[in-house]
Design a protein around this ligand. Structure first.
Ligand SMILES: Cc1ncc(COP(=O)(O)O)c(C=O)c1O
Length: 445
């Protein structure tokens, strides 16, 4: 098979972006340096179902799905129809729209921790709303956190706590440029799985902790009893427990990870997949945690946007109607098996494991220092074969078993090339791009 895809137009646009847009992209994970730069596409022209076409006219099977914001599939007919009908009625009104109440009722009926609801648009912004409410409700300043929670000052101030020796916490390699130093110490990270560390921090800052905010999981199950332990500790020290389900929500259970693990937080942060590609976020929580927000200054014009509300309401109802939970479980298993078969067929040592919403491929290499090279080669060879992916895979409800078969075929070819390079000791010669960069080190795997 020849692989003659050109991404010339993508790269020309990327060059223009350098002149016009500081950092070139709006999301770090969309930078060319995160993929096989010069081989992977950078700009898309359109997307439908499980595929997109880039500006050079190449079609790709999409295993990234807008960093998991797409859950039903790109440009889903039902959601888009609801959005189009809403646009015809007006996207935003002078007054409030009744969809605010409809979606709140749907969320209360769906998410176990939800009794009251506030809206926002992006994930990080929704985290900032949750941080404000948690501080306002408890009258305390410090937030202990574990996970990625966006770009806002309240959170990025934690980067002032980086140990210059180890480079630990929270985003190795990213400096908090522009974040006020006076915020240092108001958001403190803790290590996932380590209850002793959390307890020490709660003790050390007793009386000052507003919330323990965390991603309850990403692609692996938490250690037995861990989340229950976090909840007990948080409440023992009068702090609210906040789950950030921006990335882990919706796929495992429509009611979120909290429904899956049976640990109900005081507040939950939702965004991304809740609206299948239209900007929408929500903080939901108990009446006790949320009601004091009525006295706080938490206010923004576009949080009343009816397009996002219509998209979210329709997406949640469609997930239920299409029985998303068994679908994602089945397809996740299918991806794991298929990628493991591809590894075997290529004769390469490694495994694809992880919860169904996000199975991930890891290589068992003779020298672990080769991992960045091998990961980049995998992304490069998959891109050349029309699959846009990292070494983890997220399906949508538009992906079919045939798509997973294609993923497996392409992965077998890519992994065979890597295997041959390892055997012949010429892996570096196979690289047609710079090594891809990791955006930042995540605290929850
Ligand atoms: C857990 C979590 N919280 C917050 C965010 C930030 O969301 P956004 O990029 O929409 O601001 C992300 C994004 O990846 C996330 O994974």
């Amino acid at each position: 098979m020849s692989h003659t895809r050109s991404v010339e137009k993508s790269m020309a646009l990327y060059k223009r972006a350098e002149e016009l847009i500081p950092g070139r992209t709006q999301l770090i994970s969309r930078r060319a340096s995160q993929f096989a730069g010069g081989v992977s596409p950078v700009y898309a022209a359109y997307a439908k179902s499980a595929r997109f076409v880039d500006v050079d006219g190449n079609e790709y099977l999409d295993m990234m799905n807008a960093v998991s914001a797409i859950i039903l599939g790109h440009a889903d007919d039902v959601v888009d129809q609801a959005v189009k009908e809403q646009i015809d009625r007006g996207s935003i009104y002078t007054l409030n729209g009744p969809l605010e109440i409809d979606l709140a009722e749907e969320l209360v009926a769906t998410i176990p921790s939800a009794e009251m609801v506030r809206y926002a648009k992006a994930g990080g912004e929704t985290c900032a709303v949750a941080a404000r409410i948690a501080r306002g409700t408890t009258g305390k300043d410090i937030i202990l956190f574990c996970g990625y929670h966006g770009w806002h000052d309240w959170y990025q101030s934690a980067n002032y706590l980086v140990d210059p020796e180890s480079g630990e916490f929270p985003f190795a390699g990213i400096e908090p440029i522009g974040v006020p130093r006076v915020l240092a110490g108001t958001a403190i990270p803790f290590t996932y799985g380590d209850l002793n560390m959390l307890e020490d921090l709660l003790k050390q800052h007793e009386g000052h902790i507003a919330a323990v905010m965390m991603e309850p999981l990403r692609s692996e199950l938490p250690p037995e009893g861990y989340l229950e332990g976090v909840k007990t500790l948080a409440h023992q020290y009068d702090a609210l427990l906040v789950f950030d389900e921006v990335s882990c929500g919706w796929r495992l259970r429509i009611g979120g990870v909290q429904e899956y693990v049976g640990v109900i937080p005081d507040m939950t942060i939702l965004a991304k997949a809740m609206s299948n590609g239209y900007p929408m976020g929500a903080v939901v929580g108990s009446r006790e945690a949320m009601e004091p927000a009525s006295q706080m200054f938490v206010s923004s014009s576009y949080w009343s946007d009816n397009v996002g509300l219509a998209a979210a309401l329709t997406t949640i109802r469609e997930l239920k109607r299409r029985h998303s939970e068994p679908f994602f479980e089945y397809m996740g298993e299918k991806v794991r098996t298929t990628i493991n078969e591809a590894l075997s067929a290529a004769g390469l040592s490694g495994s694809c494991v992880g919860l169904s919403p996000c199975p991930a491929l890891s290589f068992d290499l003779p020298d672990p220092a080769l991992t960045p090279l091998v990961s980049t080669l995998f992304v490069q060879e998959m891109a050349k074969r029309g699959v846009h992916t990292q070494t983890s895979f997220r399906v949508t409800m538009a992906h079919t078993e045939e798509d997973i078969r294609i993923l497996g075929d392409r992965a077998t070819e890519a992994l065979s090339i890597i295997k041959a390079g390892l055997e012949q000791g010429n892996l570096e010669d196979l690289l047609e791009c710079d090594l891809k960069k990791e955006p930042f080190r995540r605290l929850v795997k």
